[in-house]
Design a protein around this ligand. Structure first.
Ligand code: F6R
Length: 279
């Protein structure tokens, strides 16, 4: 399938997109090609397998890789396969460094709904990644600015993220960068959208328990990763995936910015791919 990477419908009004995005856009327009690699698979199992294979290749080729990781239902299957690869094939995480995309604000890391807990349950406790190489935003911080700034500094100090794994919200959010009138640049505090709170309430006893805020890597943090893989499954993600592949690039659909990244692979099942038009 031949896909156009950048829809020229991009907001002409440049003050709506930050300077970084604009410069990147110009650079990519000048060297335009097929940047978004799209892999459509039959189902969730194959999506998870492909994603785990890409992560394991990254780890084998660069054992001291810096990985950007996501939580949520989408990557669970991928983590399960990676744990098996560690147990059965000796995939070695001992030199890997990880940075997670986001964490709820004002949630204890030991709370079962925290992303910290999720990552330890699904991956960290079952592989040989060193605790000192695991980086998660502190959802209990009383100094948000310092927390966000030092997270960015840590990423830079580690040489930047080699491979970032992303899921996507129904509303097109990546990390917790919700639809907005501007792209947020770096790690910051976000107000979660009603739709996100509703979607994530399935992990909590009720909607009222879902935190309304979170700390999240910003769009620039994500876009600075050397490689990105975006995973999505199910019909409810179809609109977001259409936006990621061929939508206008605008902050109202954050995932659309990925079209400006030089090395993005989108792995989706048939359901999530169903609104993509062949060109
Ligand atoms: C999670 C994250 C979010 C999720 C998105 C989809 O760390 O950054 O962007 O990827 O909300 O969530 P699921 O996979 O539960 O549909």
């Amino acid at each position: 399938m031949k896909l156009s990477v950048v829809d020229l419908n991009i907001y002409a009004n440049t003050d709506k997109i930050n300077e970084y995005v604009f410069k990147t856009f110009i650079r990519i327009l000048l060297t335009r090609g097929d940047y978004v690699k799209l892999i459509i698979v039959d189902n969730y199992e194959f999506m998870s397998k492909k994603a785990a294979q890409i992560l394991s290749s990254q780890i084998i080729l660069k054992p001291n890789s810096v990985l950007g990781l996501a939580t949520g239902s989408t990557p669970e299957g991928m983590y399960e396969i990676l744990v098996k690869m560690y147990q059965e094939e000796g995939l070695d995480f001992s030199n890997i460094t990880t940075f997670n995309l986001d964490e709820y604000y004002m949630i204890n890391p030991n709370n079962k709904q925290s992303y910290n807990y999720f990552m330890h349950e699904k991956l960290f406790n079952s592989v040989n990644v060193l605790p000192e190489n695991i980086n998660m935003l502190n959802g209990m911080t009383n100094n948000i600015e310092h927390e966000c700034k030092s997270y960015e500094e840590k990423i830079s100090k580690c040489g930047g993220i080699d491979l970032q794994v992303l899921g996507v919200g129904k509303n097109g959010h990546i990390g917790f960068n919700e639809p907005d009138f501007k792209f947020e640049a770096i790690t910051h505090l976000v107000e979660l959208d009603e739709e996100t709170i509703e979607a994530n309430s399935r992990f909590f006893n009720n909607k009222e328990e879902v935190p309304t805020k979170a700390l999240s890597m910003g769009m620039k943090t994500i876009m600075n990763s050397r490689k990105i893989i975006l995973l999505a499954n199910g019909e409810e993600k179809a609109e977001a995936i259409k936006q990621a592949v061929q939508g206008s690039i605008m902050p109202e659909t954050p995932v659309s910015i990925l079209q400006l990244h030089p090395d993005v692979t989108i792995i989706v099942d048939k359901e999530a791919a169903k609104l993509i038009n062949e060109k």
